[in-house]
Ligand binder design. Structure first.
Ligand SMILES: C[S@@+](CC[C@H](N)C(=O)[O-])C[C@H]1O[C@@H](n2cnc3c(N)ncnc32)[C@H](O)[C@@H]1O
Length: 246
């Protein structure tokens, strides 16, 4: 389990997350906050930052998102976590029967169910397990949201991308985002592996993807909070798109 960033904690972020979802229409039974607080105080939250941004699906920040919505292809959310992005996609009009979420474990998926209270609605669209379960050329679009930087080794990332390539139909594509960096620094505090643009590009090429495009987005300096030791938390994110050739 990773700790919450300096200056915040589970209590605050759980309350904020539930507040955001209530504004989006989720109605919680009495005592739900206390129940979840005690559950997650006990188990911990595997990825605190996904709780911190729940209710703000990142997939909507993809510059071609409106085009994705019009595509009628089997869609895989590869490393779906809380399923925020699948929910956004479906609520924005994508055919639910064409959307599948896959993750290696239930931790963040269950956090999503606890917060959105929609397990019955979504669980049939999910596949969970250690071993990559999909067939060759099964999907027309693969989305990868904040997964690559959580995989600790180059071999692990390549395995992940090779599986994506395998299950993509010819001529189709993967898109998504991962944390980026602009130099060779290591973020020891966060236990994540941000990549330089050229590193991500060479991993995608090694996995045989073609027509790779990667855009570095950096949060606005005004949004980058300073921590107590005056360290600025400027974040870089790489948005990528890559095709499986014909
Ligand atoms: C930081 S979370 C992001 C979740 C979600 N995509 C989002 O953007 O909120 C990373 C997720 O990737 C999953 N994951 C890590 N390695 C994976 C792999 N090789 N295959 C599938 N999922 C993986 C983790 O279990 C976790 O749920």
């Amino acid at each position: 389990m990773k700790p919450f960033p300096e200056g915040t904690d589970l209590k605050t972020e759980l309350r904020n997350a539930m507040g955001r979802l209530e504004k989006l229409g989720v109605v919680y039974p009495e005592g739900h906050y206390e129940t979840l607080l005690s559950k997650y105080q006990e188990s911990g939250v595997e990825y605190p930052r996904i709780l911190m941004r729940i209710g703000k699906p990142n997939i909507r920040n993809f510059k071609e998102y409106s085009k994705i919505l019009k595509m009628n292809q089997p869609f895989l959310d590869y490393g779906c976590g809380t399923c925020e992005d699948m929910r956004a996609l479906i609520s924005d009009g994508y055919d639910k029967s064409k959307v599948t979420g896959y993750d290696t474990n239930w931790n963040s998926i269950n956090l999503g169910f606890d917060l959105f209270l929609d397990k019955k609605n979504l669980e049939k669209r999910l596949v969970v397990g250690d071993k990559f379960p999909f067939k060759k050329e099964q999907f027309g679009i693969i989305y990868s949201g904040s997964v690559i930087h959580t995989i600790p080794t180059k071999e692990g990332v390549l395995g992940y991308l090779n599986n994506a390539y395998f299950t993509l139909k010819k001529g189709c594509f993967i898109f998504g985002s991962t944390l980026g960096k602009t130099d060779d620094s290591e973020d020891m505090k966060r236990q994540v592996k941000p990549l330089k643009k050229e590193e991500l590009s060479s991993l995608l090429s090694e996995a045989k993807f073609k027509d790779i495009s990667i855009e570095l987005k950096t949060n606005h300096p005004h949004d980058a909070k300073k921590s107590e030791n005056n360290e600025s938390s400027i974040k870089h994110r790489l948005w990528f798109y890559a095709e499986k050739g014909d």
